[in-house]
Design a protein around this ligand. Structure first.
Ligand code: AMP
Ligand code: GLY
Length: 423
């Protein structure tokens, strides 16, 4: 059986390992206690490049899948390719798309990708002037740290005072360190968002079913931005025409541009898209699977993922992936204090799983044979159902059965009766 090595330890990597293990022999490092229930894990951290290369030599996988952005940005894919392995995930040059907002916005502009108008600054007074002008024009403005700020770098400002605060923090107080020393100030767009996850083999693309992410912490899309509090798939409001125009205007130009710059991009190109007046605008690119979009998508893939990922890594034509008709819903169970200051150490009890459900582990570790909370997003409870509401009920039943002190979740994930189709 073909052997895969998946690198990472979150809910996204758990979902990838679980799905791939239906079709291949899968190993994972560092993994987590839930991933270890499904596939062998080795505990080698991703910053230990020598350790990862050593493990890869021992396992000799046909493909190594790199899950999170940090190792991609620091060039782990390049290290592994140089050591002779076939890798799903771009090298450091391709990962610039996620590492630097000013790089990706410049590339979008150069290749006519529809995106919010923007300017880039390193000096606070010029940035403030631009923010003032944009706020007057559109009733708000968006301030983004150019570097990788782990989801804390984009501030949607409804007034100039908010923009002033964000710009002062990033450029003067340097609250995000190096990541905030260059900022992008851009027009505020208004409309629903969706995530387009596209497999790329260097020159061809294959998009996965559209998933909807819920970025804000509190019901009704209120509260601070998080890594994502839940998802569902498919997003039925995203029409085939909208998907096609997004691929034409947002995905293809970047694939061509990377190829023309001799950047051999083999991996995932994740486009965060906002729809204003019926037209798609690219908010950002990521160079890895989305979390928790991936959990819902993996619940719906029936076969072909392993072949498709291997083909991308080898630069070969991407074969089709089969998809279950049934919708999927994923609910994130978070730790007390997330996203600001998640409290760690609480003991966890988990319920029995029902059919068509799966519990993906993220911020969980094993302490003397007891599961304990070790991160902000602790689990993703996922389910498929004959309808979205059936999948939703099953995912919530599972999520609410998880017990640890301070556990909380949003209660409106995939509740289309109460929400606009937005973030
Ligand atoms: P980003 O890190 O660029 O994806 O931004 C994080 C979130 O901020 C997005 O998912 C949007 O909800 C919001 N956002 C980013 N850019 C804009 C924009 N130009 N207009 C309105 N909202 C935005
Ligand atoms: N859920 C959004 C992300 O993975 O960036």
């Amino acid at each position: 059986m073909r052997r895969f090595l998946v690198l990472g330890s979150g809910g996204r990597e758990h979902a990838l390992c679980w799905r791939l293990a239906h079709e291949a022999e899968v190993h994972c490092t560092p993994g987590n206690p839930g991933i270890a229930d499904d596939v062998p894990c080795y505990g080698i951290p991703l910053y230990d490049v020598e350790g990862i290369i050593h493990l890869s030599k021992r396992l000799a996988p046909v493909t190594i899948v790199i899950g999170p952005e940090d190792p991609l940005i620091s060039g782990l894919a390049d290290n592994l390719r140089a050591a002779g392995f076939s890798v799903f995930g771009p090298g450091a040059l391709g990962a610039q798309l996620e590492a630097s907002k000013s790089f990706s916005k410049d590339l979008m502009k150069k290749h006519n990708v529809p995106t919010a108008h923007f300017e880039t600054f390193i000096e606070v007074n010029a940035a403030l002037e631009c923010a003032k002008k944009k706020t007057a024009e559109r009733g708000g403005v968006v301030v983004k740290a150019s570097g990788n700020a782990l989801g804390k770098g984009a501030v949607v400002c409804q007034s100039f005072a908010e923009a002033e605060e964000a710009l002062t923090q990033f450029l003067v107080e340097k609250t995000l360190g190096e990541a905030g020393t260059t900022v992008v100030v851009e027009d505020l767009l208004k409309g629903p968002e969706f995530s387009l996850l596209t497999l790329v083999n260097g020159y061809e693309i294959y998009s996965l079913p559209i998933a909807q992410d819920y970025k804000r912490a509190i019901d009704g899309d209120q509260g601070p931005n998080t890594g994502g509090m839940g998802s569902y798939c498919p997003s039925t409001w995203v029409t085939p025409d909208l998907i096609q125009s997004s691929e034409q205007q947002i995905v293809w130009p970047i694939v061509h541009a990377l190829k023309a710059s001799q950047i051999d991009f083999r991996g995932m190109l994740f486009s965060g898209i906002m729809v204003e007046d019926g037209k798609p605008y690219c908010l950002e690119y990521n160079v890895r699977f989305g979390d928790p979009e991936t959990q819902s998508i993996m619940m719906r893939l029936t076969s072909g993922l392993a072949h498709a990922i291997q083909a991308c890594a080898e630069g070969l034509t991407i074969p089709p992936i089969e998809i279950d008709e049934r919708p999927a819903v994923s609910v994130v169970v978070a730790a007390e204090g997330y996203p600001k200051n998640p409290k760690k150490g609480a003991k966890i009890w988990i319920p029995e799983l029902e059919r068509d459900t799966k519990l993906f582990y993220a911020g969980v570790s094993n302490h003397q044979n007891q599961l304990v909370v070790s991160g902000g997003r602790v689990f993703t409870a996922s389910a498929v159902g004959r309808s979205l509401s059936e999948a939703r009920d099953a995912a919530y039943l599972l999520a609410r059965g998880i017990q640890f002190e301070g556990a909380w979740m949003r209660s409106d994930i995939a509740d289309l009766s109460s929400a606009t189709p937005s973030d």
